[in-house]
Design a protein around this ligand. Sequence first.
Ligand SMILES: Cc1ncc(C[n+]2csc(CCOP(=O)(O)OP(=O)(O)O)c2C)c(N)n1
Ligand SMILES: [Mg+2]
Length: 889
Amino acid sequence: MEKKEIHGSSDKWAESLQSVFDLALENQGPERTAQLLNKLADRLHASQTDLPRGFNTPYVNTIPPEQQSPFPGDWQMERRIKSYIRWNAMAMVVKANSTTNVGGHISTYASAATLYEVGFNHFFRGSMENFPGDMVYFQGHAAPGIYARAFLEGRLDEKHLQNFRQELAEGGGLSSYPHPYLMPEFWQFPTVSMGLGPLLSIYQARFNRYLQARGLAKWTEEPKVWCFVGDGESDEPETLGSLTLASRENLDNLIWVVNCNLQRLDGPVRGNGKIIQELEAAFLGAGWNVIKVIWGSDWDDLLARDKSGLLLKRMEEAVDGDYQKYSVEPGSYTRRHFFGKYPELLELVNHLTDDQIRKLLRGGHDTRKVYAAYQAAFEHKGRPTVILAKTVKGYGLGEAGEGRNISHQQKKMNEKELREFRARFNIPISDDVIAETPFYRPPADSLETKYLLERRKTLGGFLPARQVNPGLPGLDVPKLDFFAEFFKGSSTEVSTTMAFVRLISVLLRHKGMSRNIVPIIPDEARTFGLDALFKDIGIYSSKGQLYEPVDSQSLLYYNEKKDGQILEEGITEAGSMSSFIAAGTSYATHGVPMIPFYIYYSMFGPQRVGDLFWLAGDIRAKGFLLGATSGRTTLNGEGLQHQDGHSLLHASTMPTLLAYDPAFAYEIAIIIADGLRRMYAEDEEIFYYLSLYNENYAMPPMPAGVEDGILKGLYKFKPGAEGKKHKAHIFGSGPIINSALKAQEILAERYSVSADVWSATSYKLLRTDALRCKRWNMLHPTKPPKKSCVETLLAKEQGAFVAVSDYMRLVPDQIAPWVPGGLMTLGTDGFGRSDTRARLRRFFEVDAESTVIATLYALAEKGLVERQLVEKAIKDLGVNPEKVQPQIV
Ligand SMILES: Cc1ncc(C[n+]2csc(CCOP(=O)(O)OP(=O)(O)O)c2C)c(N)n1
Ligand SMILES: [Mg+2]
């Protein structure tokens, strides 16, 4: 195309384009104009490939005033209620810290009060018939405000508030943050570990859809998932890491509110930039509906009168550090520094006093703006919505911390500051008692209390509230005979992972509960053999399968279905754990007990996402975690980053997690059968961890009477030969029990030692039981002492005790104090290596030969055999005594 020569100044160009744009807007309307502009932008990008494409809209509210839904509430009434809540939230923290050092936070809630109150008065629905209630993730540090509201609602009394963060005080107290473990009838979702709440909320919203697609949801109207997020919290990779799942899945049941108070703990979130704009770009890029609530209603008039566009220009120029400064300085400062930059802007605010300038509200503190944004989010279809609300950290605290960098840590207020707070929010508390920061609750027959209760009644009841199975019978879980095939053993060599896969496919045929099973996999189904389930139960996909899978002719084809049962999460252990948690708490959030079986590379369990494991305990999630390809030497070729010899140690730190290291198929069946009974028939709020391995060997039949031992953690699997000179005991776990069994033979044949082989299924449970007994004995010193399971089992056993497993020595060491004469432990301490299993087991000293040597050494230490015999064995068995020690290499 021939280039036309057109010259002119860039101002002229700007003017011409502007006039064409104005014409288009007038004649074609905003939508069509936007389409035209997009087309032109596409052309520009086609010719200039490295041109950055902006994902930002101007720094003003997304919803223009004329499109705002009108506020339906009593604005002044709601302001009074909110003020009382503000006061009580502050008073809880100040009171607690006047006599203790238990801490607490004032400024987070102070910034978020309007964001919450609009939700409580107009949006958050409690649980009702055929409605499980909206699921609200509160910012953890805003907990005082949520308690303070519950106090006004009459759900909590003064004593509770008095004992905020003093849970061990007489009569109990309130937990620091949302912890369902500590307040099981109140809190639903733990949020205080930054980033986890936002992540969980996405998977919760998706799980709600899954439940519905599988015909298990019990609602007529879909609940919304609301998540309140800190702007500082958005730096956690967990917060923003799964945004595209929410848009891909069209989760319009999900609404996030990011409280953009521009500060985190130490200072500004983006002093030199704008967190709202940065987040807008991230969310728009991820396909979310973004609603910015930046300016309060007072600014509408200023923006409308600003024909020059200078106000917007100034708004865009100022960085968050400036905005923070405006929140702490008097109005005269803002007049001079913000408006004063351009004479036209100074004129624009001529009619306002300094005080009026100081009081120009930010959007997140304006009930009307917040309401309009929530209403738009509530109605939005097809995409999740994020509301980016600009607020002031410590709003209303004045000198005591409003907008200051110390705001987050502020816990005390002097009398002058209390008086100012009282005056600003009109709290009816008299001078003579103000220094004691008394709580204030309007009388039961006051207009405020009536209004507040009426609003909650209309919205279906109080919230947060955690309810568990009101009157529902437990699930029909299979009895032991259902698992008979696993008790028979098999001469075919299989791994415990394969045994588990077989077990889950059998369970999926159990009429009573098969529908409630939720298999969860992070892109490892083929690794574990779970692809066998693809065809039968399908992979959940909200879109079904829009393409013909490449492997459609094969038996195990990649079968996506709208009502698929498997949650195939892709490569996200954090996301998979979030699904585990959503499914594992469904008994409480939905009143529908679901049974998650989450199977993953054991190395990428607690080591990778341990905080989510911890949270699963707090939230009282139920279900089974299966750490597959476990064992530092059993997963042999994969090397240092994959070979796990410590997840059982991590698991031992989780209070309500029952951790098992089974060796045989029948052990897995016994553990899972009992887990199903305890969690789903008896309603115990616990969860399970089983390590699974990928080494194949024949599975023996179950010896008689070992069920109890399997569940408690230890039982005698195979007694040693009769008629030998010496006696010993070897505890083996997982496939390394085979080292113990082979050592048993060598010891009998070559060294006249009769070694009993025990299967140690859970050192964690044995230790917990032993600690319980020891503590009781200590506190009841004159009563007959209780004997722990380990002590009872080993009381009559003679000789030396050795433990060997594919885990660190600390795992079996957990029970050493209760083993008669001590426990000699072998284990896989140190970084893994890639090599053959045989070489690795020699290297880590957990093979049969090393086990023989350790047993003889343990006997020698007790004076039961000569030390020379150990030396002889070292030579006989070809073990190099000068070889490197794995854990310090
Ligand atoms: C994983 C994690 N790291 C650190 C903390 C400590 N912490 C608590 S609140 C906070 C600042 C929160 O800032 P922001 O998210 O902006 O919330 P705001 O209080 O400003 O609303 C920090 C660092 C935490 N709770 N969790
Ligand atoms: Mg913040």
